[in-house]
Design a protein around this ligand. Structure first.
Ligand SMILES: [Zn+2]
Length: 77
């Protein structure tokens, strides 16, 4: 192997932001990093349908829906 052309290879810890599980991977990056979804919580692996609401779009929609429903109740009375 030619010297000083290959990046340093290290094993780092990766943390999942969705389910807080941790695992290690081999990488040329020096630091560990955060992933938004992993094999522990991805629907393709779990078989369950999950909603990843990282930008609060789902909760904002549910809030608007509740508000709309309560207004409709007031109108119908
Ligand atoms: Zn996960």
């Amino acid at each position: 192997m030619k010297k000083e052309t290959h990046p340093k290879y290290s094993v780092v810890t990766v943390k999942c932001a969705n389910c807080d599980s941790e695992f290690t991977v081999g990488t040329t990056s020096a630091d560990g990093f955060l992933v938004s979804i992993c094999s522990q919580c991805h629907p393709a692996y779990t078989g369950k349908n999950t909603i990843i609401d990282s930008t609060n779009r789902v909760s904002r929609f549910l809030e608007r829906q509740q508000k709309s429903q309560s207004l409709q109740k007031v109108k119908s009375k």
